[in-house]
Every structure is written in structure tokens, then in C-alpha cells.
Design a protein around this ligand. Structure first.
Ligand SMILES: [Zn+2]
Length: 443
């Protein structure tokens, strides 16, 4: 394994040591602390900063134990490569075929058959002359079911690592690093993978890759995400949290909100000295995933309760941070968390809309879904402040649970005609185009 690590490093590809496996097969056992409970067995870095610890200077990393682990190749600016990760078990085969139909066929670059039946296609990272993207532009992490993009801060497990299936990752015939170069992505692909920098994860964006909110290289990103730099953007508040909390779990009988938070606290308490920092971050991750519109300050008491319980469990000597430091770490973690899960923010707003009273503007409509659409638009507007909100018909369909995009289009057209909405930007309705933007004019 070490020889391979040296080979990759010599090609200019930063490598990182990755946890190996004690056992493969149906019940794989990762060598990390989670053992059989690890959900990412044999695939995650052993270092504290993950792919950011990747290096081409292996002399500095003599303590990495290659023989008992796997190898990760870092992606993005660090290496100048981008990897398209296709997982057929999640529908990746169909997605990649559809994407190639729409965006152009991918050129034949280096290709890895993963031990799990998937592929890693290596491409040249689409940075400028300095290898970097233009400011404000980021790369989507997912292009559809089973197709992920590994770029900045990411890594892929590389041959000859062992997959939990028991098979090894291998370079495809005549598609290894010595046979082919990293090809440039076709233009259609470049456009589809770029998105505005409002959020690190495409899944929080209101549009999908084939209908992105951001088209390279214009500079008018419009996404529904919180931007702390923007004073016009309303921030989460206790009020927001209470409203979201009251409705987000309305359909989940398993846990109420208070017990959900208690559950998160119990799940994330540190188990040993040195784990506090990672676990308080994990608490922030769990809470933000459920309450994406909230502010960290909404959870101050909960974080203090967490700290008290952590002290109770491990003792003050092993925690080695006071309550305020711990609170500071939670707030810092909250700010860093980008992955919120698919449509997390719009879904949180939808949850509020579902139980909100009908505004007077909804009185003239009988279809409950149209009424819901109106309430949703009201929530979107509240979230955006004075700015128009983008809403693609695709997104409207997903949120309202309807299949026919023309239906959503006609409803929106009708609401504009009736003066409930103003259309401030007409969407392109083509792959790569922007979503339509609206202002809610109702009460
Ligand atoms: Zn693991």
C-alpha cells in the first residue's frame, strides 16, 4: 500500500491514510473506533482533518500506517482532479446515462472500478490558470441519485484499497494513471456542476443540477440559504425555531421536539477524554439538520445542559474545556456545517406553511394544494426579507408532492395573474437556466 501511496504522491496527487477493515462481507468491521457500527467502513480518513491532511510529502507522514489501512486520493484544488463517483446501488447508472444525454458524453480519463460495483471517473479540476475557481463559485457535491462529485476538501478511496465487499479498488484496463491523462470536463458538465457559493452543498439549493440557480460565469446567485454577510437576510430566531420546531415533527410520532433535542444530547455525549470537541460539533450537526432556519443561540440552554451531562459522565478533569469554551465550539461548529440534507431549508419552511393559517389571499382558491402553495410563498418571502425568492416549478412539485410540472407552472401563472405573486424574473426553463423569481404580494 505504501508503494502505491508513493506512486500517487509522485504524480502530484495528495494522499491521506484511510481506515482499513478488520472484516469484509455482509457485516463489515471498520478499524475505526466505531467498529461494526461504522457506516463508512473502510472509506474515511484516519487523520483529524480528513482530506485536508492529504499530502504529497510522505516523508513528513512516516507514522501513517499504510499496511493496515486504505489509501485516499484528495480531490479539488489540492490535486487538480475532480472525481465523478457513480454508485449503481443508488441509481447512479441511470443518472449518469441521463446526465450524459443532457450534458454531453464524458471523455475517457482515468477510471477506477470500486470494490462495491461503482466507478470513479477522474477529470481535470475545472479551475482557472491558478487552479482555483472564481470567487463565489463552488462545485455541487451531487448531480442526482447515485452520482456524487468529489472536489475541494474531498477524497476518494483509491486502488488497491480493500472495499467492504471484500473486493479491491482497481484501475480499469488502459484507464490507469500511466495510460491516460486527466481530461477536461465538457462545457455542459462544467456548467452543471457549478453553483453559487451560498452553500457548500447543492442539496440546500432551491434548484437542481439540470436547472441550477447559478449559471457560470454570471454573478447573480439566487439561492435560498442563509447568508450571514447579508444584513437583509433575516436570521433564525427563537421565534423561527419555535415555529419550525412546532411543525417539523408534526408527522413524526416517535419523538417530540424537546425529546428530540434530549435524544441528540444523549447521543452525542463524549465517551472518553478528547472526544468533547468532535461530539459538540456532532450535536450542532444533528440540530442544524433538523432546524436549518434556527440560530445557534436558540440552543444555548441545551448546549449548557449537554456540558453539564458531559461533566457528569466523564468528570471535569477529562473534559478540559469550560462551559463557555464549549459553547463557543458549538457556535463555531454551527457556522461551519454546510450539509443540511436534501431541501432542508425549503422543507423547514414548508413545514411552517403546512400549519400556518391561510392568509386572506388564499380565500379565493379551493384546492388545498394551491392554498398550501400560497402559504409556502408567504414563508419563502418572510425568509427572504425584501428580496424576491426563486421558485422553480421543479422545486414547487417536490415540495407540494405533485408530479406534473405544467400544473405547478399554471398555478404560479394564475397566482401572478390574480395579484398574489409578482414574477420578477421569468425562469429560463432550460437545463442550466435560472429558476423563476417571485415576490409575495398577499397579506
Ligand atoms: Zn470507520
Amino acid at each position: 500500500m505504501e508503494g502505491w501511496a508513493e506512486f500517487y504522491a509522485a504524480q502530484g496527487l495528495p494522499v491521506v491514510t484511510v481506515w482499513g477493515l478488520y472484516k469484509t462481507g455482509e457485516n463489515p468491521v471498520c478499524r475505526c473506533i466505531l467498529r461494526e457500527k461504522c457506516r463508512d467502513a473502510g472509506k474515511h480518513p484516519r487523520t483529524s482533518h480528513g482530506a485536508n491532511d492529504g499530502t504529497t510529502d510522505l516523508a513528513k507522514r512516516r507514522r501513517w500506517k499504510w499496511e493496515s489501512g486504505n489509501i485516499g486520493i484528495c480531490t479539488g484544488e489540492a490535486s487538480g482532479v475532480l472525481v465523478i463517483d457513480v454508485d449503481p446501488r443508488s441509481g447512479g447508472r441511470e443518472t449518469i446515462e441521463e446526465l450524459q444525454r443532457q450534458l454531453g458524453k464524458l471523455p475517457a480519463g482515468p477510471l477506477v472500478a470500486t470494490g462495491g460495483g461503482g466507478w470513479h471517473g477522474y477529470m481535470r479540476y475545472p479551475g482557472g490558470a491558478d487552479g482555483k475557481l472564481e470567487p463565489g463559485i463552488e462545485i455541487r457535491s451531487e448531480l442526482g441519485p447515485g452520482v456524487q462529485i468529489k472536489a475541494n476538501g474531498g477524497m476518494v478511496v483509491a486502488p488497491p484499497s480493500l472495499h467492504k465487499s471484500g473486493k479491491r479498488y482497481v484501475w480499469a484496463r488502459d484507464r490507469d494513471l500511466e495510460s491516460v491523462e486527466f481530461p477536461a470536463l465538457p462545457d455542459g458538465w462544467v456548467e452543471a456542476i457549478f453553483k453559487c457559493g451560498c452553500d457548500e452543498n447543492s442539496n440546500s439549493c432551491y434548484t437542481d443540477p439540470l436547472n441550477p440557480c447559478y449559471t457560470y460565469p454570471t454573478t447573480n446567485p439566487t439561492c435560498y440559504t442563509e447568508d450571514p454577510e447579508d444584513p437583509e437576510e433575516p436570521r433564525g430566531s427563537m421565534d423561527t425555531l419555535a415555529a419550525v420546531a412546532a411543525t417539523t415533527f408534526a408527522d413524526q410520532s416517535v419523538v417530540g421536539n424537546a425529546s428530540f433535542i434530549d435524544h441528540c444530547i444523549a447521543e452525542t455525549l463524549p465517551r472518553f477524554q478528547g472526544e468533547r470537541h468532535a461530539q459538540i460539533f456532532q450535536l450542532a450537526r444533528l440540530l442544524k439538520a433538523r432546524f436549518p432556519a434556527a440560530a445557534p443561540t436558540d440552543f444555548r440552554e441545551d448546549v449548557m445542559a449537554w456540558y453539564g451531562q458531559a461533566i457528569g459522565r466523564l468528570g471535569v478533569d477529562k473534559i478540559r474545556a469550560d462551559a463557555t469554551e464549549n459553547w463557543g465550539d458549538f457556535c463555531e461548529g454551527w457556522g461551519k456545517i454546510k450539509y443540511l440534507g436534501k431541501d432542508a431549508l425549503p422543507r423547514a419552511l414548508l413545514a411552517r406553511a403546512q400549519t400556518a393559517p391561510d392568509p386572506a389571499a388564499a380565500a379565493g382558491y379551493s384546492d388545498p394544494k394551491v392554498k398550501l402553495l400560497i402559504r409556502l410563498c408567504k414563508e419563502l418571502q418572510t425568509h427572504r426579507g425584501n428580496k424576491p425568492f426563486p421558485l422553480s416549478t421543479r422545486m414547487a412539485c417536490r415540495l407540494l408532492g405533485i408530479k406534473d410540472r405544467m400544473r405547478a407552472h399554471r398555478w404560479l401563472t394564475a397566482l401572478v395573474a390574480d395579484g398574489v405573486l409578482e414574477c420578477t424574473f421569468r425562469g429560463d426553463r432550460v437545463p442550466g437556466g435560472r429558476a423563476s423569481e417571485f415576490k409575495y404580494l398577499g397579506d
